[in-house]
Design a protein around this ligand. Structure first.
Ligand code: FPP
Ligand code: MG
Length: 325
């Protein structure tokens, strides 16, 4: 955890400027929006998406003073999606704090998400580049498709790895890809460059979600900032469980699938599954998958000349597979 913070501290000047840009939508006459904004936008977020946008844009030679304002588009979309996601998941905690829905209720959380999404649209229209707006709209569609797929497969203990990969690509990796690609777009980079940045972000994003899902089983609430075992209780079948089920004796996975189908399992039964996953030796399997996606991501930066921005993107990509939160 301390080494994670030490690594990220090299980006402190970026985080300060990003956080400064994020306070602007809080200039609204509606006190509840200000409160929700202060609670959900300011503070503990990793700011990964705006940082990736800034580094990608700088990699392509863009350095307008507006870069931080533009980067906030990706944090607004992300925060909007999390406010809605916590309603969908009935989540209690977000970013080490009570979830917005837990403090102000579901209606306020949905409206707060709508507000931040509209903020993102308003800033992206200032940029006035149709390619950027196309990317953002398509990305939102993909994220929603990802959430629908996840909803369709809630409590589906027969979920295949391929279906799981499709879900995490759409719900998480697409927005990270969009942040990287958009850095190229605002810099007026050519199509091939934008494509490489997008593919870098997509693979990094898949690797990121694989680690997120691994930490959900193997971390602690203190480190991870959200309760461990939350995915299982929310009915989300993720790769650690998929791999663990594959290792069971024949018939055992079917028995568990039948038991957990109706969402009536007890706390003890949930704890037993978490223990089973932890002891099934799948940790290194999922980590190896995440490392492979991170390596694939790095390959998409090969054609860029060496620079401090390229190094920062590659270091960040490596760090994300090793992080503990
Ligand atoms: C968190 O996943 C949620 C997402 C990655 C995406 C949520 C997307 C939407 C609700 C649709 C798009 C909506 C808008 C407003 C753009 P998780 O539940 O696996 O992670 P968690 O454990 O952090 O909650
Ligand atoms: Mg969730």
């Amino acid at each position: 955890m301390d080494s994670d913070r030490r690594f990220l501290s090299q980006f402190d000047s970026y985080f300060d400027a990003i956080n400064q840009a994020l306070t602007e939508p809080l200039d609204t006459p509606i006190p509840l929006i200000r409160d929700i904004g202060a609670h959900s936008l300011l503070g503990q977020g990793k700011r990964l998406r705006p940082l990736l946008f800034v580094l990608s844009a700088r990699l392509c030679g863009y350095n307008s003073p507006k870069i931080y304002r533009y980067s906030s588009v990706f944090e607004y979309i992300h925060t909007a999606s999390l406010l809605h996601d916590d309603v969908l998941d009935n989540a209690e905690t977000r970013r080490r704090k009570p979830a917005v829905r837990n403090v102000w209720g579901n209606s306020a959380a949905i409206l707060g998400g709508d507000y931040f999404y509209a903020m993102a649209s308003s800033i992206s229209l200032e940029i006035d580049m149709s390619e950027l707006n196309r990317i953002l709209t398509e990305t939102t569609i993909r994220m929603i498709e990802g959430q629908f797929l996840e909803l369709n497969h809630a409590h589906d203990w027969r979920l295949a790895k391929e279906q799981y990969m499709e879900i995490i690509e759409a719900k998480t990796a697409e927005l990270i890809a969009a942040a990287c690609a958009s850095g190229g777009v605002v810099a007026d980079a050519d199509r091939k460059t934008v494509h490489n940045l997008s593919s870098f972000g997509l693979n990094l994003g898949i690797s990121f979600q694989l680690i997120d899902d691994l930490l959900d089983y193997f971390s602690s609430e203190e480190q991870f900032g959200k309760p461990v075992g939350k995915d299982l209780k929310e009915g989300k079948i993720t790769l650690p469980l998929i791999y663990a089920l594959q290792r069971l004796e024949s018939g055992e996975a079917e028995r568990l699938a039948a038991r957990f189908r109706g969402n009536t399992a007890t706390e003890d039964e949930y704890s037993n599954i978490i223990k089973l996953v932890r002891e099934s030796g799948v940790r290194e399997l999922v980590r190896a998958d995440a490392v492979a996606f991170a390596a694939r991501a790095a390959g998409f930066l090969d054609s860029f000349p060496e620079s401090s921005f390229k190094k920062a993107l590659l270091d960040l990509n490596n760090f994300l597979v090793q992080r503990s939160f």
